[in-house]
Design a protein around this ligand. Structure first.
Ligand SMILES: Cc1cc2nc3c(=O)[nH]c(=O)nc-3n(C[C@H](O)[C@H](O)[C@H](O)COP(=O)(O)O)c2cc1C
Length: 253
């Protein structure tokens, strides 16, 4: 500091000379600009396995290589990671079908074995590593955890990692805008979506997971071409994400 002027090399917290406002905006739309990937996070409890979708996997340090993930305390995966102290994260490719994401992201391992019929291998930690639709994986031993109310952030030191195929991996943004996927309330990034009104053919919303059938787009994962009205869908039609039947859809006004 010289002559009463702020030294430009020191941060005063009032860049541009503006004083800090008395009240700050809290526009949570800003959180949409934080980007993520899409992962199947798996763990074990004894010789039992479970896996769930998580978008909150991120790298913390490179020396040693560590990652973290935020897991809801209600999830079976939380119980498994807390017990087994290990987890794996498989990065999903853009072509991953919605029902695959629905199986791990909208259903709990408490209601059935979600890994049945899915290709996985056992890692060095004894935890399962999901191979189907995965571009790569990392495997970690928990070295720390932070209680953040509804969730626990698990920090893991990477003990193994590999690339499985050279394909574009799915970002959370791609899942939401291109795949038109939804997120359950247990996800840390859950935001109640506003629904805009009035296309020519009515849209219908799944009451279970919130996915919207938009006739203008059809349902590529269910082989339904654009232009098919919801009423014209076969009676055995099911929500591509959570598998709910047609009767569990509500018409949007
Ligand atoms: C796109 C998407 C992202 C999700 N991200 C997370 C996450 O980061 N952390 C979390 O705890 N749950 C997340 N979830 C929710 C869990 O996958 C979901 O609650 C799952 O059913 C838990 O299964 P489990 O009880 O077998 O562990 C996400 C779900 C979806 C569809």
């Amino acid at each position: 500091m010289t002559n009463g002027k702020a030294d430009s090399t020191q941060s005063s917290g009032t860049a541009g000379g503006q004083a800090a406002p008395a009240t700050a905006p809290l526009n949570l739309e800003a959180l949409r600009d934080i980007t993520y990937g899409m992962y199947v996070v798996a763990s074990r409890k004894g010789n039992k396995f479970n896996a769930q979708i998580a978008n909150t996997v991120f790298q913390i340090t490179s020396q040693p290589p560590t990652i973290a993930v935020s897991i809801n305390k209600k999830n079976l995966t939380h119980e498994f990671i807390s017990d087994g102290k290990v987890f794996t994260a498989s990065s999903l490719c853009e072509e991953t079908p919605l029902p695959f994401i629905g199986r791990f992201g909208f259903k709990s391992g408490r209601d059935g074995n979600k890994l049945e019929g899915v290709n996985y291998k056992i890692g060095v930690t004894g935890a399962p590593i999901v191979i189907d639709n995965a571009t790569s994986y990392v495997e970690a031993r928990v070295i720390g955890q932070t209680d953040v109310g509804t969730h626990t952030v698990f920090v893991g030191e990477i003990v193994a990692a590999d690339v499985l195929m050279k394909k574009a991996c799915m970002t959370y943004g791609y899942y939401q805008t291109i795949k038109r996927g939804t997120t359950p309330q247990t996800a840390p990034t859950f935001i109640q979506k506003k629904v805009e009104a009035k296309p020519a053919l009515a849209r219908w919303r799944c009451l279970v997971c919130g996915w919207i059938y938009d006739p203008e787009k059809g349902d590529p994962d269910g082989d339904i071409k654009p232009g098919v009205a919801f009423e014209a869908l076969p009676e055995n039609y099911r929500c591509p994400i959570c598998g709910a039947p047609k009767s569990q859809f509500e018409k949007l006004g």
